[in-house]
Write a protein that binds this ligand. Structure first.
Ligand SMILES: [Zn+2]
Ligand SMILES: [Zn+2]
Length: 181
């Protein structure tokens, strides 16, 4: 038996066996390095996975099965993409009447001609129906409600009753300007 073994265990076989063992050790070490690096990039507990990876073969199989699905960079990129899409959606809205996609500064729906925005009488900018003042030229907007379709075109703008405090301030200011000297 031992004679047969020593006959089979030739120096060539011994060398081949050594090479295989070295290759396996290199593969083992590389697998640990890969697991640690991959777990780190995925924002996972890489030191926990390093311990798991120490188990030959089973460690790396377990990691491949249980590793977090997304790389940290990919996750950041995805979040950025979602944020960009949300901004795009804010820029483009929908017609409340027919659902047609409209841009933020559209005044009429191109599809159903529903009035979407009021126009500022002074600077002609499109104004949101909920605004009470034009943000471009500071002109107060007469009616906060959106213009109805049957409303008369030439809307007589009623002078709004000035608040008593404002009126007081207005009447007081010219008299209050006493010369300093
Ligand atoms: Zn519409
Ligand atoms: Zn304006």
């Amino acid at each position: 038996m031992s004679e047969l073994l020593s006959q089979l265990w030739t120096p060539e076989l011994q060398a081949a066996f050594t090479v295989v063992v070295i290759l396996l050790v290199i593969l083992y070490v590389l697998s640990i390095v890969w697991v640690v690096r991959d777990a780190y990039l995925r924002g996972s507990y890489w030191y926990v996975w390093a311990i798991v990876a120490l188990i030959p073969l089973l460690g790396i199989i377990a990691y491949c099965l249980l590793r977090p699905p997304l790389l940290q960079i990919d996750r950041d990129e995805q979040e950025l993409e979602i944020a960009l899409k949300q901004r795009e959606l804010m820029k483009y809205g929908e017609c409340a009447n027919c659902g047609y996609p409209v841009e933020a500064d559209f005044v009429l729906c191109p599809n159903c001609h529903q009035r979407l925005k009021n126009l500022c009488g002074t600077c002609n900018h499109a104004l949101d129906p909920s605004w009470t003042v034009c943000p471009y030229c500071a002109t107060p907007v007469g009616g906060a409600a959106p213009a109805r379709r049957n409303a008369p075109r030439a809307r007589t703008q009623q002078p709004q009753q000035a608040a008593p405090q404002q009126r007081q301030a207005r009447t007081r200011s010219p008299q209050g300007e006493h010369p300093a000297q």
